[in-house]
Design a protein around this ligand. Structure first.
Ligand SMILES: C[S@@+](CC[C@H](N)C(=O)[O-])C[C@H]1O[C@@H](n2cnc3c(N)ncnc32)[C@H](O)[C@@H]1O
Length: 479
């Protein structure tokens, strides 16, 4: 039997009002969880909004965060009768005639939403509903796109947290998960947060939204390598990529031109290709329509991961499976993909780092810059200038008693930390971009001055400039 009752709107409103009080404030609740030695929250920092002292003896904290049995008299002293009845009506509290009340679920504030899930330590079974108050989800929430869009889809939605947060920025959001338990919790959370523009769907990945398309797709798939599918929220096939791969393969069908995709996942690097290029291949024949960023948070060796997966047992077998697949290392991070609207400039791929300061704006900045560079004609009219965060290091070697430039290393910090090596002729060319001349003029001048290599045409320069703008080496004034 599923916990939580989809009761009356008045019950949801009364419960939400009680949970929005100072006793249950988000940063304080997170701090209490972390201070209690909760490792699921990792080192993720949540901006503290209220630093005031909170009595961890609060009835709500004990019931919903610590999952303790609380004497009836204490609950009735803290909450009015109607509120207690509403908690009981929604099955957030149980007690009957006993002397204590207790909650069948874990309930907490996160992403400015109130979310019910299963608890980390109290698994309901294979379909346990993944807590949204956990390092991975908190990280994904920090990276979720905040720009306006029409239709969004949250795949592998669990509690529905990403769809609920996205619903503040988009016209309509769908939360889709394969388990009926997750869909039930998500519907409960939708009502608790009064999100009228969120739709809950249940089924295998895109199954429940067949025939529809979206401007924004986000996913936090199960990505742990697994020998068997024991936990639906966790197990992602033998190298952890099975679900992520199917999600990416579906983008040509479900993501609209101009739309964006974001997932937090684990990928594997192979002898034949690094993860970001393998992810690009998963897009299939439509691959050229997509731009792709993979921002790595951390690397894990196959041995390290095999130890975690197998929990000490059969780690050799798991490691062998990784070796047979040709895995050289695993990388955990954010995969962001944009479908471009035109086909003027070449599709681009960017591999970068996911730092502590990386936020939603980093990806949105790159995608926004990319939109400004979609058409070659548009690039011709741009007047880029060297970005203030750009840095160039020119390496020289001695040739016939003279220093000769051999390569140029360009580095930038914004929107992402990034570095790229070029041949020396790029250095004076890039220096021509000072914001006073457009790209067409710079091309004409450089060509007249014989500053370009043979066969390097305008299209090549426009694609190069587009790339330098997108990666953050050149900047353009916003209209
Ligand atoms: C890591 S949890 C993420 C939950 C939530 N999005 C979050 O970030 O807190 C992965 C979720 O994927 C769901 N899932 C697993 N396989 C799926 C599939 N084939 N189709 C849709 N959902 C799936 C699980 O039920 C689980 O809720």
């Amino acid at each position: 039997m599923l916990p939580l009752r989809l009761g009356d709107p008045e019950d949801f409103a009364r419960v939400a009002a009680a949970l929005r009080g100072p006793d249950f404030e988000e940063s304080a609740v997170h701090r209490i969880l972390r201070d209690s030695g909760n490792t699921a929250l990792g080192a993720e920092s949540i901006e503290p909004k209220v630093a005031g002292g909170l009595a961890s003896s609060s009835v709500l904290l004990r019931l919903f965060i610590e999952l303790k049995r609380v004497p009836r008299a204490e609950v009735e002293a803290a909450l009015d009768r109607a509120t207690v009845d509403s908690f009981l009506a929604l099955d957030l509290m149980r007690g009957g005639d006993a002397d204590c009340f207790e909650s069948p679920v874990f309930l907490y504030p996160v992403g400015e939403m109130l979310i019910a899930s299963d608890h980390y330590n109290k698994s309901s079974g294979a379909d346990s509903v993944f807590p949204a108050i956990q390092t991975g989800t908190l990280h994904l929430l920090k990276l979720l796109p905040r720009s306006a869009a029409d239709d969004a889809l949250d795949l592998c939605s669990g509690t529905g947290i990403c769809a609920l947060v996205l619903s503040r920025y988009v016209r309509h959001a769908v939360a889709a998960d394969v388990t009926a338990r997750a869909a039930h919790f998500a519907e409960f959370n939708r009502r608790l947060n009064d999100c009228g523009n969120v739709e809950i769907a249940c089924g295998d990945l895109y199954g429940p939204v067949q025939g529809r398309t979206f401007d924004r797709i986000v996913a936090h798939p199960p990505y742990m390598p697994s020998v068997e599918e024991a936990k639906i929220w966790r197990d992602g096939g033998s190298t952890g990529e099975a679900i992520t791969r199917r999600i990416v393969e579906g983008l040509p069908t479900y993501l609209r031109p101009g739309g964006d995709f974001l997932a937090l996942c684990l990928g594997s690097e192979r002898d034949e290709a690094p993860f970001h290029l393998r992810a690009r291949e998963w897009l299939g024949e439509a691959e050229a329509e997509f731009n792709l960023i993979f921002a790595v948070r951390k690397y894990l060796s196959p041995e390290e991961l095999a130890g975690q997966v197998a929990g000490g047992e059969n780690a050799d077998g798991v490691e062998r499976a990784f070796r047979e697949a040709g895995v050289t290392r695993f990388c955990y991070g954010a995969l962001a993909i944009q479908r471009h609207e035109g086909a003027g400039t070449r599709p681009w791929t960017m591999r970068t780092k996911l730092g502590a300061s990386t936020g939603a704006d980093s990806f949105e900045e790159v995608f926004g810059r990319s939109r400004a560079c979609t058409q070659l004609e548009a690039v011709a009219d741009l007047r880029p200038r060297l970005a203030p965060t750009a840095k160039a290091t020119v390496a020289h070697r001695v040739d016939e008693s003279k220093f000769v430039a051999t390569e140029v290393l360009l580095e930038t910090e914004f929107p992402f930390a990034h570095a790229i090596e070029f041949e020396p002729w790029i250095f004076p060319l890039a220096a021509r971009f000072d914001g006073s001349r457009n790209v067409a003029t710079v091309y004409a001048e450089a060509k007249a001055g014989e500053a370009l290599p043979a066969g390097f045409g305008f299209e090549d320069l426009a694609s190069l400039v587009a790339m330098l703008i997108i990666q953050g080496y050149l900047t353009i004034d916003k209209a």
